[in-house]
Design a protein around this ligand. Structure first.
Ligand SMILES: [Zn+2]
Length: 247
């Protein structure tokens, strides 16, 4: 869990994503990726060469302010605690998504990744500013966009806030939903909802990645649930590579 702890130790309050971007790129530096950064600061990474890519996304920012804390592991839980013993929040929303994507980039041969800045609300500013500003052209060569930015351990969001349809209920492979104990649900706003509102045509969804109490000081991660999310997303991408013969 060293990688996860290193991510939790980087503060990336919206608008200050420089350090976590540099860290992420360092973690995948040996993979010979195509790396693009747009004017707004969003990152687009491509591994391998294919006609169409499975695409995953997470956001680079968090809601928490910089404050000293230590990371505590208890049974399968992991959380932040200040010197008085109060829980602090660790930005598991959405560093759990970043952790999954770093691992995935090493473990699958073909993948496109979109990492958005400024997903979270900041003061009076609405959220999803990075996904609102990016070019949809970035998604012309993808089959779908799987966001890894949902609380819990068992949900695939297929309708976003305001009943923005992200995909049909038949889009997530039924055998994988069953195998990894996930189900289709309605959920809130995140970058893929913004992309769909802007007219992105490919199916999208948002997948639970093991964090709980997001945006609050008692935020924590269940490591078993995070690992299950990784296994689910990896199985989904590998299934795509196999069925589309892209690997
Ligand atoms: Zn999030």
């Amino acid at each position: 869990m060293e990688l996860l702890k290193a991510l939790y130790n980087i503060n990336c309050k919206s608008g200050r994503e420089g350090e976590i971007k540099a860290f992420f790129l360092q973690q995948v530096a040996d993979l010979h990726l195509k790396i693009e950064e747009d004017e707004f600061g969003n990152l687009f990474l491509t591994k391998g060469v294919a006609r169409k890519y499975p695409c995953v996304t997470a956001h680079l920012d968090e809601v928490h302010e910089t404050s000293p804390f230590r990371i505590v592991e208890e049974a399968s839980g992991i959380f932040g605690e200040d010197e008085l013993g109060n829980m602090t929040g660790i930005g598991a929303d959405d560093k759990n998504g970043l952790w999954i994507i770093i691992k995935l980039m090493h473990d699958v041969p073909v993948l496109k990744v979109a990492l958005f800045v400024e997903e979270e609300k900041k003061g009076d500013l609405a959220g999803c500013r990075g996904s609102k500003a990016c070019s949809l052209k970035q998604f012309e060569n993808v089959l779908y966009v799987l966001a890894v930015d949902r609380k819990g351990c068992s949900e695939v969001v297929i309708n976003g806030k305001g009943y923005v349809k992200l995909c049909d209920a038949s889009f997530p492979p039924a055998h994988l939903l069953q195998q990894y104990e996930y189900e289709c649900v309605d959920g809130g706003k995140t970058d893929v909802v913004e992309l769909k509102m802007r007219g992105l045509s490919v199916p999208c969804c948002n997948i639970s990645c093991g964090y709980y109490n997001a945006h609050k000081s008692d935020e924590y991660t269940n490591i078993l649930h995070l690992r299950k999310a990784y296994a689910f997303v990896r199985a989904w991408v590998e299934y795509t590579l196999e069925t589309e013969k892209l690997g």
